[in-house]
Design a protein around this ligand. Structure first.
Ligand code: AMP
Ligand code: ZN
Length: 155
C-alpha cells in the first residue's frame, strides 16, 4: 500500500459520509465508503475516483455534492456527465431518504447547461439505467447532450 486518504463530507441533511481512498503501489486506487448509519460500500469505481480528484478531468461545474465533466467519448458536440459525488450504483439504488442528492444533481443541471452554452438552443438529459438502458458505468450519472438536434425516439 502506498498511501491512504480519508475524505469526510456531510449532505444537506447532516448525514456524515466517510470515504477512504487507498492507493496501491501498482497505481490502483480503491475507494471504500460508509455513512453514520453504518452502511458500507466497497467499490473500485472510476467516477468515485474522478469525484475524489484521483483522476483529473476538466471540471465544468462543481459544488459540495455534484461534479460535471466532459464525457471521454462524446456522442454530441456537447456531452457532459453530471454525477453525485456520493456513490450510487444507479437510480434504482437511491433510497427515499437519499433522494435529496438526486434533487441536488437535477438542480445543478441548468447551471451546467449554462456553462456549456446550450441553454439557448436546447439540450437533452439522459440517465441510462441497467442493461437495457445502456448503463456502462455503475455510478449514477446524468448525460447532458447538446450542440446538435437530437432525434426522437432515441436508439
Ligand atoms: P453510461 O454508458 O450511460 O453508463 O455512461 C458512461 C459514460 O461514461 C460513457 O459515455 C463513457 O464514455 C463515459 N466515461 C467512461 N469513463 C470516463 C472517464 N474516465 N472520463 C469521462 N467519461 C468517461
Ligand atoms: Zn462511484
Amino acid at each position: 500500500m502506498l498511501s491512504t486518504r480519508t475524505v469526510i463530507s456531510a449532505d444537506s441533511a447532516g448525514v456524515i459520509f466517510i470515504r477512504y481512498l487507498i492507493r496501491f503501489a501498482t497505481g490502483d486506487v480503491m475507494c471504500c465508503g460508509g455513512d453514520e448509519r453504518g452502511e458500507f460500500v466497497h467499490n473500485d469505481c472510476i467516477f468515485c475516483k474522478i469525484a475524489a480528484k484521483e483522476i483529473p478531468v476538466k471540471i465544468i461545474y462543481e459544488d459540495d455534492h455534484v461534479l460535471a465533466f466532459p464525457d471521454i467519448n462524446p456522442m454530441a458536440p456537447v456531452h457532459i456527465l453530471v454525477i453525485p459525488k456520493q456513490h450510487f450504483d444507479s437510480l434504482l439504488t437511491v433510497k427515499p431518504e437519499e433522494m435529496p442528492i438526486v434533487a441536488q444533481v437535477m438542480a445543478a443541471l441548468p447551471a451546467v447547461a449554462e456553462k456549456a452554452g446550450v441553454t439557448g438552443e436546447g439540450f437533452r438529459i439522459v440517465v441510462n439505467t441497467g442493461g437495457n438502458g445502456g448503463q456502462t458505468v455503475n455510478h449514477l450519472h446524468w448525460h447532458l447532450l447538446g450542440g446538435r438536434i437530437m432525434s426522437w425516439p432515441p436508439g
